[in-house]
Design a protein around this ligand. Structure first.
Ligand SMILES: [Zn+2]
Length: 241
């Protein structure tokens, strides 16, 4: 009887997926670096929307300057639903870190409704990173991607590459020449920052509407300090009452 109940509970993701941490913030604030640091611990997974979207759709969004890589709601629903269901059924993931998701209030509501259905006891935490304009500009200037290490389906890699200490222009893993991110070109970057500022207002409202407080985290410091502070704050918050 107990076993049957446990099985049923596990099927619904009650035992395993305990927390979803959505990390949002303007471009170059350190979202990917933070999720990568926190995601190194076993039992954690990182969700990046574009990794779950068909290549044809990614390619279509990339060619339109207005869309800035924006992905439609139906595609987002399919991608997120499929992902959450797979995480819930795999039994090994306790925490999902959502890198740069949700991107608007529709996506915020979608996230909440999918989790509510598939993993009803999963706690949703939203972290909004902020850094001053000078820090963001200097990160944009310095950050590079590697086309060889990150085989992006539409040749638009996003993950931060580590430069070779002996030659900063090259990748520490494969020694290829590193490149700036396509979306970091000044005009695109300005548009992406503006889009975030507009979207953030409704994202905050969407979570506030269901009583989820957004944890504001200052990320001007080295990324490991930000990761450390978040871990501490989440540990405090997750202490059983
Ligand atoms: Zn490389």
């Amino acid at each position: 009887m107990v076993v049957t109940l446990k099985k049923a509970v596990r099927k619904r993701g009650v035992l395993m997926l305990k927390r979803a941490i959505a990390v949002i913030g303007p471009p170059a604030v350190g979202k990917t670096t933070l999720t990568m640091q926190l995601g190194q611990v076993p039992g954690r997974q990182i969700f990046r929307l574009r990794e779950h979207v068909p290549k044809t759709i990614l390619a279509a969004t990339a060619t339109s300057a207005e869309q800035l890589g924006w992905i439609d709601d139906i595609t987002v629903t399919r991608a997120l639903q499929g992902y959450i269901e797979s995480v819930v059924s795999d039994d090994t993931t306790h925490i999902v870190l959502l890198d740069n998701f949700p991107g608007n209030d529709t996506q915020a509501q979608l996230l909440l409704s999918i989790l509510h259905k598939s993993a009803p006891v999963c706690v949703v935490t939203v972290v909004e990173l902020a850094a001053d304009a000078a820090t963001i500009q200097s990160r944009v200037r310095e950050r590079r991607v590697c086309h060889r290490c990150e085989r992006d389906p539409i040749h638009d890699p996003r993950l931060p590459a580590v430069p070779n200490p002996a030659d900063q222009r090259r990748c520490s893993r494969c020694n290829s020449v590193l490149h700036p991110r396509r979306g970091d070109a000044p005009r695109l970057l300005r548009a992406r920052i503006q889009r975030y500022e507009r979207a953030a207002i409704s994202i905050r409202e969407a979570f506030a509407g269901v009583g989820i407080e957004i944890l504001q985290l200052e990320s001007n410091r080295p990324p490991e300090h930000t990761a450390c502070e978040l871990t501490t704050r989440l540990a405090i918050r997750s202490t059983p009452s």
